[in-house]
Design a protein around this ligand. Sequence first.
Ligand SMILES: [Zn+2]
Length: 410
Amino acid sequence: MNFIAVIILLTIVADFVLHTLADVLNLRMLGDKVPEPFQGVYDTERYRQSQEYLRVNTRFGWITALFDISVLFVFWFGKGFLFLDQWSRSWNQGPVLTGLIYIGILIAFKTILSLPFSIYATFVIEERFGFNKTTWRIFATDMLKGLMLSILLGGPLLAGVLAFFEYAGSNAWWYCWIVVTIFMLIIQFIAPTWIMPLFNKFEPLEDGELKHAIMSYAQSVKFSLKNVFVIDGSRRSEKSNAFFTGFGKNKRIALFDTLIAQHTVSELVAVLAHEIGHYKKKHILQTMIISFAELGIMLFLLSLFISYQGLFDAFYMEQKSVYAGMIFFGMLYSPIEFFLGIFMQMRSRKNEYEADRFAVETTQDGSSLADALKKLSANNLSNLIPHPFYVFLNYSHPPVLKRIRAILNS
Ligand SMILES: [Zn+2]
């Protein structure tokens, strides 16, 4: 085993140990007492359920992670990457097509293996806690649509990246950077109108008290909003959410129908004000710029490592190739990804406070936002008292109690 293999192995083990440690600490925080701001929102029984939900999901996460790691190790040390390479090359299809076969089969293999886990999560766990609305039919068509999209959109992109690294020499990384960036911008632009409607129905919010309140709020903060959409989240789950997608003229605010059903008008305006806050404070733009910068760095590092012999030796490969180099580099890159992820989440948690503050300042109504957050947490059975280390590793949003405290104190 060479030192590249050792680095990758240690990363995988360290990642598992850290996350398990965080999980254990997280579970030890659980207790019977409903935190004070939630008394009246969470009854004892519902609160007990939220803790059970966390326990069940944590245990399920352990099983999934252990399974994934075991499969990877068996495949890796059983020389699976080498045998698949020999088989893919036996079709004599040139480097780009061979690469598509190789990576396509790895992805298909991973998808098939994870299928029983997502079935269990949807039809057993979510069902048991009363969230699941997904039928087998919706589940299957979602899978098929996802598959078609990844073949139609991901296939040509992957072929392009493989071709650049195969034929463009040392310029490949920045050619790829430009092409992938443009591709991602186009996807972001067309997602609200072309991709998301494949999975959900978007309907303009009907005229009435809610629409009127939202429109006059948007006007008061000079946010041009042509329409607000209602998305049929209830098709799949009882959980609720609101989000913001696209940019320019294509930007859309969508509220889940489940959210509308459970909140008052002023709470919904507060939620929407929070979303607009993200836009006004340029969080969305900043996140996009940072991820494009990260993409550039990653592609540059990829160009340095893609033909490094040690990378191929680590996986028992007999011949070098761009496609296998990409896969192996992806694993070598994961420590950097880990630290970047932590940084991005810290940023995101800070942005959440900022968006909350924006909402409170512009609506002059902190209690509606606080009430909305309480209802959202109770409805989604969120954990109210996560361990700080767990938050540090996993949370893109601050713990809800901290948010509520910040909102009511501002
Ligand atoms: Zn937010």
